[in-house]
Design a protein around this ligand. Structure first.
Ligand code: 5GP
Length: 127
């Protein structure tokens, strides 16, 4: 699948659709998920056009990869969900492709926190 420049997160980056912004720098944008699955549910997306974590890991520049990874800790600390910032911890999820139920075809990491999240995220069946 090739990158679709009209996906919803590309439109959010371009400012064509609004979001509840948490953090922004040269490399990333972070905002609240519109359908939160936990008391705190943030999304972090790179500003570059990457379909999923596979595309990003293979094709992003070193600076983009470093910037994206640093932003995870920045956002977690800003939200107070990291143990580092006095929170109880958080889960990072990145869905890639059909079996993972990736809905939006622009790389995004989910940061979920604010309640015990259970041992894993397999709500339907274990295998
Ligand atoms: P995926 O299933 O692709 O890993 O997750 C996509 C996420 O994007 C979902 O949790 C969904 O609620 C969120 N989402 C979809 N459209 C929008 C939107 O327009 N604004 C925001 N803030 N989140 C969205």
């Amino acid at each position: 699948m090739s990158y679709d420049k009209d996906n919803i997160f590309a439109k959010i980056i371009r400012g064509e659709i609004s979001c509840d912004k948490i953090y922004e720098d040269d490399f990333v944008l972070s905002f609240k998920d519109i359908r939160p699955q936990a008391p705190s549910h943030a999304l972090i997306i790179p500003k570059g056009n990457y379909l999923d974590i596979n595309d990003f890991s293979l094709n992003a520049s070193d600076n983009e990869i470093i910037g994206f990874n640093r932003a995870i800790a920045k956002v977690a600390d800003m939200l107070g969900i990291s143990e580092n910032s006095g929170g109880n911890g958080y889960r990072v999820i990145a869905n890639a492709g059909n079996d993972a139920h990736q809905e939006v075809p622009h790389l995004h990491f989910h940061l979920l926190a604010g309640r015990p999240l259970g041992p894993m995220v397999f709500p339907e069946k274990p295998n």
